[in-house]
Design a protein around this ligand. Structure first.
Ligand SMILES: [Zn+2]
Length: 376
């Protein structure tokens, strides 16, 4: 009887271990999915794929390493950089970068695209926000699944946060979690925190490749004051102003925001201070990032439709027009791609020796007509 009970106990223990192992296996599979990168189908004109570790070897094998897609035209010209995914919870930024990678053709000059600037921030989502982890689009190449990430570097790559984050080298004080925000870490340093090292590698890349014009694509909540905006620094404000005027003729309205001198660590401020590139940052309005939003799901990323925002618009508390058509992803990507093309065109007009000619990207109206599905 005793040995029978012992056997029963052992079986029970074994079964418990097996159940726990199966559950852990399931969870680990789900966890690994967070680290997977989307499969992209670069346009045939892709010349080369570089990595951030080519500019800062310490990033090799870490979540901070990321791909740099290089498209070089037959004719020599200037060099343009486009960054998406500085904040992976702002999908219009990296979806614009992906769309360009899969469709662009460069006739003159060189275009570099880094679609996942803070790759680590793509590997998790912000806690307590109820954010979806993925969203899908049925494109021409099939069902495409894209990641929705976080604003900041994953704590598995940089932890713990200090109480107060001191920006290097200015010593500016910011909230502790901003230590993991790539767009507060420029110009970075080679022996700094994980995020400082990513920022350092990007600045090193801009310096080494002698980039002439550099874009950083973002989104923000519709109630945030800097939205539907082009942010420029001292060296890029003429181009930005000209672009905003010409875009207004197309009925696309952008506010012009100067890069503040004393707000340190941002791409436009530090690329201005530490590189020769003309920096441009652009923002579209995205309801899933807003505090007024209701149901938070993958649908909201694609449609930008939320009845709470319609109410907010009627109360006059939003910084952008908002009606029953919402703020679909195609509108936000369309604004980024149209303004990007306009700014490159103006830069090329003003600097004929460094002209860059980019082909095969849709216009805003083409995106409205066909949808982004047509380009994936
Ligand atoms: Zn952002």
């Amino acid at each position: 009887m005793k040995s029978f009970l012992k056997l029963k106990k052992n079986w029970f223990a074994l079964l418990s271990i097996l159940i726990a192992a199966a559950a852990s296996w399931g969870v680990s599979l789900q966890f690994r999915q967070m680290l997977a990168r989307e499969k992209l189908f670069p346009a045939p004109s892709l010349t080369q794929v570089l990595h951030l570790h080519d500019y800062h070897p310490a990033l090799k094998g870490t979540h901070g390493d990321t791909k740099i897609y290089r498209f070089e035209g037959k004719e020599p010209g200037g060099k343009v950089l486009l960054l998406g995914g500085t904040h992976p919870n702002e999908p219009a930024g990296y979806m614009s970068a992906y769309l360009m990678i899969e469709n662009v053709q460069v006739a003159r000059g060189t275009l570099y695209i880094i679609p996942r600037a803070n790759n680590s921030a793509f590997t998790h989502t912000d806690p307590q926000e109820g954010n979806p982890q993925f969203f899908t689009i049925r494109g021409k190449k099939g069902l495409r699944k894209f990641r929705y990430g976080s604003r900041d570097t994953n704590p598995i790559d940089q932890w713990p946060d200090p109480d107060i984050y001191l920006h290097y080298p200015s010593g500016q004080e910011l909230a502790g979690n901003e230590t993991r925000n790539l767009n507060r870490n420029y110009p970075g340093r080679p022996d700094g925190t994980f995020t400082e090292q990513v920022a350092y590698a990007i600045v090193k890349f801009i310096q080494s490749e002698k980039i002439d014009l550099a874009f950083d694509l973002h989104e923000a909540s519709p109630e945030y004051p800097v939205v539907n905006a082009i942010v420029s620094s001292e060296s890029s404000q003429d181009i930005a102003t000209e672009a905003a005027l010409e875009l207004a003729f197309e009925d696309l309205h952008y506010s012009l925001e100067p890069s503040p001198y004393n707000f340190r660590g941002l791409s436009h401020r530090e690329w201005e201070n530490y590189t020769d590139a003309l920096p441009i940052l652009m923002e579209t309005a995205n309801p899933i990032q807003g505090r007024l939003r209701g149901k938070t799901d993958a649908r909201l990323i694609l449609t930008g439709w939320d009845k709470m925002y319609l109410k907010a618009a009627k109360l006059g508390v939003l910084s952008v027009p908002y009606d029953s058509s919402g703020l679909p992803l195609k509108v936000r990507v369309g604004r980024h791609i149209e303004a990007f093309q306009k700014i490159v065109e103006i830069f090329s007009r003003d600097h004929p020796d460094k002209a860059v000619r980019i082909l095969n990207l849709p216009s805003y109206s083409e995106l409205m007509e066909k949808g982004i599905e047509e380009f994936f």
